[in-house]
Design a protein around this ligand. Structure first.
Ligand code: GLN
Length: 257
């Protein structure tokens, strides 16, 4: 069997990258290298063409409202359609916070800009008067991702899911999609949107491997992935989880938008 090779497309790396979101790409590359898989990353930004057949995994990080305006315009070209096509064809995708919002139906910012999304996810986001900030612990509902997810959120947007997608998980601590319904993130096919910055994948190794496996299965016949020694990653996960569950002050961590 041909050696598996993961083809990553990193979208808008210079515009959409806060709280270490780029670390998600580094984690995926390293987990492929440890397994002696091939891996390559193509960066695409404003005006670049996206060929949906060329990549197995797409990543878009978080961003401020002003960067989101530029990206929303760019995605409203054929690039948005190409990205939807890639996910329909089985590609995996991770989008964080500002990126997640722009893949939904629309994002109405707190200052009144209505940014159209590409409707890859059936979600709507409205900016609120306060920001949701702090560590988050989530009970994952994504099969094979091991119970809990940990991360950090900072957003004014409140996201509500429509019937066309399901939540990534339920908030144990933190705000998640909107601070009301207990949902965190969304899942459609092999695409995930989430508010969890951090970076997310280094300390949630089962989720990292879920993306690698789904992405590789597009072109490779794989039952599963060779196991790695995740002692350090699991210790980081546990430490973040324990710290987050012990925190008493999270409900007060609301700031003006
Ligand atoms: N600007 C968006 C919001 O405040 C996204 C922020 C982010 O990506 N952290 O909701």
């Amino acid at each position: 069997m041909a050696k598996p090779d993961l083809r990553i497309c990193h979208l808008y790396p210079e515009l959409m990258n806060i709280y270490g979101d780029r670390g998600n790409i580094i984690a995926l590359m390293q987990r492929c290298r440890w397994r002696d898989f091939g891996v390559r990353v193509v960066q695409l930004s404003l005006g670049d063409r996206l060929d949906p057949a060329e990549h197995d995994f797409y990543f878009i990080g978080g961003g401020q409202d002003r960067e989101q305006i530029l990206v929303s315009e760019d995605l409203s070209s054929e690039k948005g359609e190409a990205l939807r096509q890639a996910v329909e064809d089985g590609a995996a995708l991770l989008s964080i916070c500002g990126g997640y919002q722009l893949l939904g139906n629309h994002f109405l910012t707190y200052t009144g800009e209505d940014l159209p999304g590409i409707s890859l996810f059936d979600v709507k986001t409205i900016g609120g008067e306060t920001r949701f900030i702090g560590n988050v612990a989530v009970a994952s509902e994504l099969e094979g991702t091991g119970g809990t997810l940990v991360g950090f959120e900072n957003h004014s947007g409140r996201t509500h899911l429509g019937s066309g997608c399901r939540p990534l998980g339920r908030v144990i601590k933190g705000y998640g999609n909107n601070g009301e319904d207990g949902h965190e993130g969304c899942v459609y096919r092999h695409a995930v949107g989430t508010y969890l910055h951090g970076s997310l994948l280094p300390k949630n190794p089962l989720l990292a491997d879920w993306f690698i496996l789904q992405a590789l299965r597009r072109r490779h016949d794989l039952e599963g992935l060779p196991a790695l020694d995740d002692a350090l990653e699991n210790a980081a996960h546990r430490a973040a989880l324990e710290f987050t569950l012990r925190e008493k002050s999270w409900r007060r961590r609301l700031r003006k938008s």
